[in-house]
Design a protein around this ligand. Structure first.
Ligand code: NDP
Length: 289
């Protein structure tokens, strides 16, 4: 092999990954579909492959970071026999099913497969703000842990190839749910011209105080216990929540982000769970899956 690792895909994330490898002293080959994106990396010592075949052949570890898994499909289709004996590390965002299918495909090509979920934005790569989840071949993961440590924190979540993606998407769900609530709060407070920055002085400590929900909810879910020691029963919440929707409409703010929450609360109450803590709605979500 000419270099230790190849990074295929030099978008914002691929560039950050390759730069982190180079900073940590790993010889690196880079490749991008559209030429002209490797400049700062070659200046930092990367070797630029002139074609995909050369990129795949150059290294024992081939890291893929492209826009989505259908782009990964295209790259694998072009790989032919060139991946035999190598390890493919796919850090492209996708679903567990896609990861499992890609894992089977790569294994059939005679290579090992590790799937990854990057929990960072590109400037965070290689800092303590970053971690990456991995699943799939544990032996390939262990053999290349030194490379992965260049990207930040490292977490292997299991040999089921789909798990890194599952963890990644579950973490993102928590984040987007929080973001959605924050966006609605700013829209609502802004309807009276109140500055978002001024309001954030209340919102931040409020959310901090409410963050205990995360572990309390986990404990209830794991014990499957939603009725003991309830201090805010769901029937009460389902009565108060429409005020949030009505107030939004009265203030000229779209209630789109909040309405689905009310619908789920009402449905679970109608099914006889009004005496529960609201987190029991998790069971309703799972019923629908
Ligand atoms: P960019 O939009 O910056 O770059 C996309 C990359 O994908 C480019 O290198 C592009 O090549 C390549 N690409 C697109 N289609 C194909 C194709 N058919 N064949 C080959 N290459 C292709 O995206 P990012 O780099 O930010 O994201 C890459 C992955 O990382 C995504 O899956 C994203 O979800 C994930 N990710 C990104 C984060 C972020 O904050 N940026 C955070 C966590 C994960 P070309 O230059 O030729 O168009």
């Amino acid at each position: 092999f000419t270099t230790r690792a190849t990074v295929a895909g030099l978008g914002d994330m691929g560039q950050a990954l390759a730069a982190a490898l180079l900073r940590n002293g790993f010889s690196t080959t880079v490749w991008n579909r559209t030429p002209g994106r490797a400049g700062s990396l070659t200046a930092a010592g990367a070797r630029e492959a002139t074609g995909l075949a050369e990129a795949f052949e150059a290294s024992q570890v081939v890291i893929l970071c492209v826009i989505d898994n259908s782009a990964v499909d295209e790259l694998l289709a072009a790989a032919g026999d060139r991946l035999r004996g190598r390890t493919v590390v796919n850090l492209t965002n996708g679903t567990p099913r896609q990861a499992r299918e890609l894992g089977e495909r790569v294994t059939a090509l005679g290579a090992e497969y590790v799937d990854g979920g990057i929990m960072a934005v590109p400037p965070g790569i290689g800092t303590d703000q970053s971690f990456v989840l991995y699943s799939g071949s544990e032996s390939a993961f262990k053999a290349n842990r030194d490379l992965f440590e260049a990207f930040g924190g490292v977490q292997f979540v299991g040999e089921d190839t789909g798990l890194a993606s599952l963890y990644d998407l579950a973490l993102l769900s928590g984040m987007y749910g929080l973001h959605a609530g924050v966006m609605h709060a700013y829209a609502l407070i802004g309807s009276e011209g109140i500055s978002a920055t001024d309001f954030s002085a209340l919102l931040v400590p409020w959310l901090r105080a409410m963050s205990g929900f995360v572990t309390e909810a986990a404990d209830r879910i794991d014990r499957d216990e939603f009725t003991k020691d309830v201090v805010s029963n769901l029937a009460m919440q389902a009565k108060a929540f429409p005020n949030l929707i009505e107030a939004s409409k009265e203030q000229g703010v779209r209630p789109d982000l909040m309405e689905p929450v009310l619908r789920l609360f009402q449905e679970w109450v109608a099914k006889g769970h009004g005496d529960e803590d609201g987190v029991g709605v998790v069971r309703l979500l799972q019923e629908r899956a």
